[in-house]
Design a protein around this ligand. Sequence first.
Ligand code: NAP
Length: 251
Amino acid sequence: MSNMFKLDGQTAVVTGANTGLGQAIAVALAQAGADIVAAGRSAADDTRALVESAGRRFLFVEADLSSTAPVQHVIDAALNFQGRLDILVNNAGIIRRADALDVTEEDWDAVLDTNLKTLFFLSQAAAGHMARQGAGKIINIASLLSFQGGIRVPAYAASKSAVAGLTHALANEWAAKGINVNAIAPGYFETNNTQALRDDAQRSEAILARIPAGRWGSPADLAGAAVFLASRASDYVHGIVLPVDGGWLAR
Ligand code: NAP
């Protein structure tokens, strides 16, 4: 049974793996046996150390994912690394906080381009290869705001709702090619993304009060879901958006 979760000999691309949830996912996939290609704009030396100490190979590909310009380079670099690409985790994302009346076009475009447009074109480029290989796993990092509107983050909510829709759409098209497209919807996790919320005592307390598990998520809480969706254990799972949220949505 445990073999179903093993990723030995596989290569995973994880975007934004230098910190936060992306780092935890990269380390979890490495511990399950995958070699890691980290694509992002900031050096990922800590992640490299963690992946290599798990006995896996690591490649950093510098890429500013606010545009689609580096997409083909990221996929080509991953293929040159080990000659294969089995798993793509679309994790890189940004959030900009403002009342809807004050959102600028620049902020709107930045959030939608990074969180949605690049995610789609990276998936497209990876899926071309995975389809020829007859197998592949694409994991999108969605959000509770794939289901809810949130507070003062309209572009982010729009982008993450679209990520859920796109996850369904791509699963429909690519399931028959042997590619599983699924998403994880993290709840409230302690990362840079939520620093502003955690710095706001009132918001922080209100959020905590609604989480049935009674605590914020720690990045390692995503490990199990990520390995499940990357592994053979999820071969017949297509198009789900899996909340890992301490029970938030059940409330
Ligand atoms: P984070 O610590 O801010 O990490 C975001 C990652 O995305 C970083 O590696 C960041 O790189 C990268 N990134 C952002 N813009 C990029 C760009 N233009 N090019 C390349 N990389 C870029 O926050 P996180 O919480 O781990 O976020 C990871 C994902 O989880 C995001 O998609 C986020 O929306 C989602 N999420 C988080 C939570 C939560 O509670 N934390 C909840 C739901 C969903 P830099 O370090 O260079 O900025």
